[in-house]
Design a protein. Structure first.
Length: 284
């Protein structure tokens, strides 16, 4: 990135693409595991091509990366399941709780007590989640979708905490490549064993999976990493908190999924708390 403004544009584009990925859960009629398998295969291949073209070392996989690949697979399966059960907004807002989980995991690991501000942040997230659910019955698709969305947020937070210690050493693109490759490795036997009869892809499915894996995953990740050469982690964390905003706006525009007033209030609380938790986590 040659300038601060170019880096800022790249960061916003990457976050828009991350939010855009949620819409594929509605456009694709495939199961979440098949969607994630296609996404990870395409993403790993695209990241490998990018790194080889730039003559970057892809490194060697190890047990830690293998575990991270399993966590990534679970994260994305939960994310798309949330969206298919409920709406794009519910899935994205459940996932948006991840900064709070990052904060909690790091505080537990370091043996620190939560501050008053961090406690208030947790209360704001919980209040936002409660507002999203009109009926607390497990038969309610919104509650089911939100539960899977929160699981996707927790697993992403776990992945982020595990990656933080080694990203400087190995590089974010190499980590993303191997984690996508391992996620695909785990999903292949599952799909062949339990979903082989559903593994029939149309030309439309293949195109959508290529866009999801190459554009909304590999390209988005590359832009995000490139922007960090000019921008601070603090700036990145605040803009990343806009992912649900972009995703909900795109779902309204392209899917006709318009959030009601209750959802908007809950979304506001969760997004505000997510941004605050990101700042606190970066502060240490």
């Amino acid at each position: 990135m040659r300038s601060h403004s170019a880096a800022l544009v790249a960061l916003h584009v990457s976050v828009i693409l991350f939010g855009f990925a949620g819409l594929f859960g509605k456009w694709l009629t495939l199961s979440p595991t098949i969607i994630v398998l296609g996404r990870t295969v395409v993403a790993a291949a695209t990241l490998a091509a990018i790194m080889l073209s730039q003559r970057r070392a892809i490194g060697r996989p190890d047990l830690s990366l293998a575990i991270n690949g399993l966590i990534l697979a679970l994260h994305w399966v939960a994310f798309f399941l949330a969206i298919q059960i409920a709406t794009v907004a519910i899935g994205l807002l459940g996932f948006a709780t991840f900064p709070l989980f990052v904060l909690a995991l790091e505080r537990v690991a370091l043996g620190r007590h939560f501050s008053v501000t961090e406690g208030a942040t947790a209360i704001a997230v919980c209040a936002g989640l409660v507002l999203l659910v009109p009926d607390f019955s497990w038969s309610n698709p919104t509650l089911q979708g939100l539960a899977w969305g929160v699981l996707s947020g927790f697993t992403f937070a776990l992945l982020a905490v595990r990656n933080r210690a080694r990203v400087q050493r190995d590089g974010a693109l190499a980590l993303a490549l191997w984690q996508n490759a391992f996620a695909a490795f785990y999903l292949v036997p599952w799909v062949l064993t339990f979903e082989a009869s559903a593994l029939t892809l149309s030309a439309r499915d293949i195109v959508l999976l290529i866009v999801l894996g190459a554009v909304c995953t590999a390209l988005a990740h590359s832009l995000f990493i490139a922007s960090m050469r000019r921008l601070t982690a603090h700036t990145a964390s605040i803009i990343a908190a806009l992912e649900p905003v972009y995703g909900i706006a795109l779902a309204a525009l392209l899917l006709g999924e318009y959030p009601d007033g209750r959802t908007l209030v809950g979304a506001g609380l969760i997004i505000f708390a997510a941004g605050l938790a990101s700042r606190r986590a970066l502060a240490g």
